[in-house]
Design a protein around this ligand. Structure first.
Ligand SMILES: [Zn+2]
Length: 217
């Protein structure tokens, strides 16, 4: 680090102590809502100048981004599952591996991201395979903890498919651990939810785990 840090710090101090005046929005072009206004205040309180060129549209963009990252609150499982359930004679285990997801930890509002592996034992009903990643996103795009996403995916599949069992294993890396706190970049957290025969029958659970083993870190 060079000594050029110093003047920047000085600027930060003066801005933080000055009174917050929201930057002028052009009412015709601005779609910024109340969340964007809060971001503008946060930028000011951090010591930034929300009216400087590079930050002018930042509250608007940040509002759009956080709304997208939490859009799971307004999505409905019924709409996703609707017309994607099919009757089937096959009762062999169905496994969908390596479903990527991106979420926000509810403690720090920092990202955590990883993959989820899903298995179920059909009971006369199967679901279109593309629907499982969409169900994952409904729960990932909220403020979350990894344990709860894992359980919610399992409970949802149990409810809509009424299968003989559901298994969900999720592994993720948490920015709140990587960038702050313990600052461990390479640790990953694994959570699982085993329902029905995956819980009661060790051979079934072992079969699932061996099918996803090559995917686990
Ligand atoms: Zn966190």
């Amino acid at each position: 680090m060079k000594s050029s840090n110093k003047p920047a710090l000085k600027v930060l101090e003066t801005k933080a102590s000055s009174k917050f005046v929201p930057p002028k929005q052009d009412p015709k072009t601005s779609e910024q809502g109340p969340i964007g206004d809060y971001y503008s205040k946060i930028l000011h309180d951090l010591g930034e100048d929300p009216s400087r060129e590079g930050l002018l549209r930042t509250p608007y963009r940040a509002e759009k981004a956080i709304k997208f990252l939490t859009c799971g609150y307004t999505q409905s499982i019924d709409e996703i599952v609707n017309e994607a359930l099919f009757s089937a004679e096959n009762d062999d285990m169905v496994v969908v591996k390596d479903i990527e997801y991106y979420s926000l930890c509810e403690h720090h509002i920092l990202p955590f991201f990883g993959r989820v592996h899903v298995g179920y034992l059909p009971n006369k009903k199967i679901i279109g395979l593309s629907k499982i990643p969409r169900i994952v996103d409904v729960f990932a795009r909220r403020l979350q903890v990894q344990e709860r996403i894992t359980q919610q995916i399992a409970d949802t599949l149990m409810e809509v498919l009424e299968p003989r069992g559901v298994a969900v294993v999720s592994e993720a890396q948490h920015f709140c651990m990587m960038m702050r706190g313990v600052e461990k970049q390479c640790s990953s957290t694994v959570t699982s939810a085993m329902l029905g025969e995956f819980r009661s029958n060790k051979a079934t659970k072992d079969e699932f785990l061996s099918l996803i083993r090559s995917s686990l870190r």
